[in-house]
Design a protein around this ligand. Structure first.
Ligand SMILES: [Zn+2]
Length: 341
C-alpha cells in the first residue's frame, strides 16, 4: 500500500509511536517500547507492506542484536493485528476474549478477495474499494495469538514495567489497554478515536459495546494516572483530550437511547444522528451505523449481524451521503437518496 510515509516519533523514554499521516479506515497508530535487550510492539499496521515500514523504522531505534520479541495487541481488528507476520518469531499477546473477534472478521485473504471481487457499481463494492482497496493481503496468513490471558498481565520489557489490562466488551469483545507507568503513558487501542483541530480524526466505531463500557474504558485509562494517551487512531492526547472524548461518547449514547425510546429503528436513528452534524470535522460519519446499531442490540437483547451485513448498511449510508453532496440534486439532510439496485 502507498500512503505518505508514517511519522515515527519519540514520546517518552524508550517509547516511540508510529502515526499514519492521514485518517481513514485501517490506518492505526502503533507503538515501540525499546530496551537494551529486547523490544515490544503495541499493535501492528494493517498489511505487510505497512508493517515492513514500521519494522524498518523500529530497527533504526534498536541497538545491534535487539529484536522486537513481543507484540501486544490491543484488540483483534485486523488493522491492529494483521501486520504481525513480519515478526514470525515474536510472541503475540492478546486477551482470551479477542479470539472470538478474530473469528467474527474475515481472514486477511478472504478480505482481500472480497475487496477485489465486489462489484464497484454497488454501494458495498464502491465503499470497500475506496477505503480498503489500497491494502494488500493477497499473501497474508491469519495471525494467532501465542499468549492469551484473562484479567490483567504484568510484563517487563528490559527494565520497563508493562501493565496490560483486559477490559469488558467495548470497542470489540476482548479489548485491552497497555499502561507504561514509567513513561506515564497508556495505549488505549480503539476505545479512543482522537481528533484535534490540527489533525481532525474520524467518527468512533464500536462493534461490541454497550457504549457505557467504552466510556468506562476511557475512565480506566484516566485512572492509571497516565499523562500521555495514544489512541488506536488519531493524534496523541493528554488527559483533557480523553475527558473530551468521554463527553463525545456520552452524547452519542444519549442520542441512541432517546431515539430508541421514541421507537426509531436503528438504521434511521444513525441517519438522524449523522444529519445532526454535531462533529462535521470528523470523517466517516457512516460509522455511526455500527456504533448505534451496537447500542440498539444491547437495548433490544438481539444478536450481532454478520460483518458483511453490517458493512453493507454502512456502505449504503455512505453512498447516500455521497449522492447528497453532488450539487444540484434535491436531497434531504443526512441522506435518504434512493440506492441503486
Ligand atoms: Zn482500529
Amino acid at each position: 500500500m502507498t500512503i505518505a510515509r508514517a511519522n515515527m516519533s519519540t514520546i517518552a523514554e524508550d517509547l516511540y509511536v508510529w502515526l499514519p499521516p492521514k485518517r481513514g479506515w485501517g490506518l492505526a497508530n502503533c507503538g515501540l517500547l525499546a530496551s537494551p535487550r529486547t523490544a515490544a510492539w503495541i499493535d501492528t499496521p494493517y498489511d505487510p507492506s505497512l508493517a515492513g515500514e514500521f519494522l524498518t523504522e523500529s530497527r533504526k531505534r534498536l541497538g545491534d542484536g535487539v529484536s522486537v520479541d513481543r507484540v501486544i495487541v490491543t484488540h483483534a481488528n485486523g488493522d491492529h493485528l494483521w501486520g504481525a507476520g513480519v515478526l514470525p518469531d515474536a510472541e503475540v499477546i492478546s486477551t482470551r476474549e479477542a479470539l472470538e473477534h478474530i473469528h467474527y472478521e474475515p481472514t486477511p485473504k478472504q478480505q482481500h478477495a472480497l475487496v477485489a471481487g465486489s462489484d464497484p457499481a454497488s454501494p458495498l463494492g464502491w465503499y470497500l474499494a475506496r477505503h480498503f482497496g489500497l491494502f494488500d493481503w493477497s499473501d497474508t496468513e491469519p495471525v494467532q495469538p501465542t499468549l492469551m490471558f484473562q484479567g490483567e498481565l504484568e510484563l517487563r520489557v528490559g527494565d520497563h514495567p508493562v501493565h496490560v489490562i483486559g477490559l469488558p466488551p467495548a470497542h470489540t469483545g476482548g479489548d485491552l489497554i497497555v499502561h507504561l507507568p514509567r513513561q506515564k503513558a497508556v495505549f488505549s487501542g480503539d476505545v479512543i478515536f482522537s481528533s484535534t483541530a490540527a489533525f481532525p480524526g474520524d467518527h468512533p466505531v464500536h462493534w461490541a459495546g454497550p457504549l457505557q463500557n467504552v466510556i468506562d474504558a476511557c475512565a480506566r485509562v484516566l485512572e492509571t494516572g497516565a499523562e500521555i494517551v495514544i489512541p488506536g487512531h488519531g493524534p496523541v492526547l493528554d488527559r483533557g483530550g480523553v475527558r473530551a472524548h468521554i463527553a463525545h461518547l456520552e452524547h452519542v449514547r444519549q442520542r441512541a437511547h432517546a431515539l430508541h425510546a421514541a421507537g426509531v429503528p436503528a438504521l434511521e436513528a444513525a441517519r438522524r444522528v449523522i444529519a445532526e452534524r454535531r462533529h462535521p470535522e470528523l470523517g466517516l460519519p457512516e460509522r455511526l451505523v455500527i456504533t448505534i446499531g451496537s447500542e440498539y442490540r444491547h437495548l433490544d437483547g438481539t444478536e450481532q449481524a454478520g460483518v458483511l451485513e453490517v458493512m453493507s448498511q454502512v456502505a449504503s449510508v455512505a453512498w447516500e451521503l455521497e449522492q447528497s453532496m453532488i450539487p444540484g440534486r434535491r436531497t434531504r439532510a443526512g441522506g435518504g437518496e434512493p440506492l441503486p439496485a
